[in-house]
Write a protein that binds this ligand. Structure first.
Ligand SMILES: O=C(O)C1=C[C@@H](OP(=O)(O)O)[C@@H](O)[C@H](O)C1
Ligand SMILES: C=C(OP(=O)(O)O)C(=O)O
Length: 445
């Protein structure tokens, strides 16, 4: 591995052809859980000690916003630990908040601040202003909240004001673009039930995507004392007078999406590779990526909080089994599968991944472009990708499109015969700033 320029932001990183991968790592904390429990702790009664918290751009954005909103948060004594003094509501009624490109920050905070009322502006990096939020804004307006677009209709930046909330009828939200809109309404709902003394009913319209993330939301709300009644995936009721109570301490699990890269390394580099921090007891849907690997022929073992994989050595001619699967439940780990398709024994198809188009970049387009550079034949539809492995590999500079997952999953392409150059590897800081160091510790030529 050759780094260029400064270690944090080199323009590119060359990964030499790799043959084997083995070792054990402790995963960084889950992004999705970290940002949820930071918000829940801020809105709870009592103080909460969070350990295992992820330290990355997305969590820094959430921490900075909460502090700006008047929440006292003390770091330490361990580097992955904070103490959050719950305030039930945000003490500061007016703020300009930078949300970076963190969907798990802007969506829940928009809902919470709109339901509380106050003068707030939420904005982010240019790509954040291209990521849809209209379905959430429509739902909040239906509730009586004041939300205005500062730029393009349906997208951040947003300004929020004071509104009279009306919970007399169910609020409806479209679930087919992002599950984060439903998550945001649910997380914020106790603010509305306290303001009105009524229960909060939300009905999902369209086919809800990324369902395990909503399951995670409900699980974490329960740990903070609020149980949501539900009718399948259609209707959710937060009881009147619902209020969050601190559980005192919470350990954040390791990140299951980050685990996918290392579990994949075990599957293509012989292994064993063991990740600790997620396992059978995880509340993250992306642990199911282990089943995807098993279906591709990897051997997978799982304990309560660890997963281990072994597999073929693709650098010595081993091949994974081709797949044709629906990845709607694990959209983030699905990107890892798309790169693994390079080593499959036939064409591989990823279905039902339309949400890729509105994430950090248009991931269907970006993935098609970069896999093709390596020699794969790739076809895309609005919601699917088909990858035929290269007959002959071409050395390539892989663009990462300011998308942390593009950088991380294309590190797996180093197991091909030509090595790989990853442009702007520093973009991994969104969720995993030390990714390439951890990768280098597992991989050998
Ligand atoms: O709720 C969450 O924590 C997330 C939900 C998913 O988004 P969509 O629901 O938009 O697919 C996922 O891709 C994202 O990384 C995190
Ligand atoms: C889609 C992602 O992020 P976000 O939480 O910003 O939606 C992701 O991490 O892959």
């Amino acid at each position: 591995m050759t780094m260029t320029d400064s270690p944090r932001h080199p323009p590119y990183l060359d990964l030499a052809p790799a043959r084997h991968a083995r070792g054990a790592i402790d995963l960084p904390g889950s992004k999705s859980i970290s940002n949820r429990v930071l918000l829940l702790s801020a809105l709870a009664e009592g103080s909460t000690r969070l350990t295992g918290l992820l330290d990355s751009d997305d969590t820094q954005v959430m921490l900075a916003a909460l502090r700006k909103l008047g929440i006292a948060i003390t770091a330490g004594p361990r580097p992955d630990e904070v103490l959050v003094e719950g305030a039930r509501r945000f003490p500061v009624g007016q703020a300009d908040l930078f949300m970076g490109n963190a969907g798990t920050a802007i969506r829940p905070l928009t809902a919470a601040l709109a339901m509380m009322g106050g003068l707030y502006v939420l904005h982010g990096v240019p790509r954040m202003h291209e990521r849809p939020i209209g379905d959430l804004v429509d739902a909040l307006r239906m509730l009586g909240a004041r939300v205005a677009y500062q730029g393009r209709e349906g997208y951040p930046p947003l300004s929020l004001g004071w509104g009279e909330l009306d919970l007399s009828r169910p609020v409806k939200v479209n679930g087919s673009v992002s599950s984060q809109f439903l998550t945001a309404l649910l997380l914020a709902a106790p603010l509305a039930t306290q303001a009105t003394g009524r229960g909060f009913v939300v009905e999902v319209e369209g086919e809800l995507i990324s369902k395990p993330y909503v399951e995670m939301t409900l699980n974490l709300m329960r740990r903070f004392g609020v149980t949501v009644e539900r009718d399948g995936w259609r209707r959710f009721t937060v009881p009147s007078q619902a209020a969050y109570r601190s559980p005192g301490h919470m350990l954040v699990e390791g990140d299951a999406s980050s685990a996918s890269y290392f579990l994949a390394l075990g599957a293509i580099g012989g292994g064993p590779v063991r990740v600790t921090g997620v396992g059978r007891d995880s509340i993250q849907g992306d642990v199911a990526f282990a089943d995807t690997l098993a279906a591709m022929g990897a051997q997978v073992e799982m304990g309560p909080d660890w997963i281990e994989t072994r597999g073929v050595k693709v650098a010595e001619g081993g091949r994974l089994k081709a797949f044709d699967a629906d990845f709607n439940l694990i959209p983030d780990a699905a990107m890892t599968a798309a790169v693994l398709a390079l080593y499959a024994d036939g064409p591989c198809r990823l279905r039902n991944i339309a949400s890729w188009r509105v994430k950090e970049t248009d991931r269907i387009h970006a993935m098609q472009t970069e896999l093709a550079k390596l020699g794969a034949t790739v076809t895309a539809t609005p919601d699917s990708l088909t990858v035929t492995p290269p007959a002959t590999w071409t050395p390539a500079e892989i663009g990462t499109w300011d998308d942390h997952r593009m950088a991380m999953c294309f590190s797996l392409a180093a197991f091909g015969p030509v090595g790989v150059r990853i442009l702007d590897p520093g973009c991994v800081s969104k969720t995993f700033p030390t990714y390439f160091d951890v990768y280098a510790g597992l991989v050998g030529a």
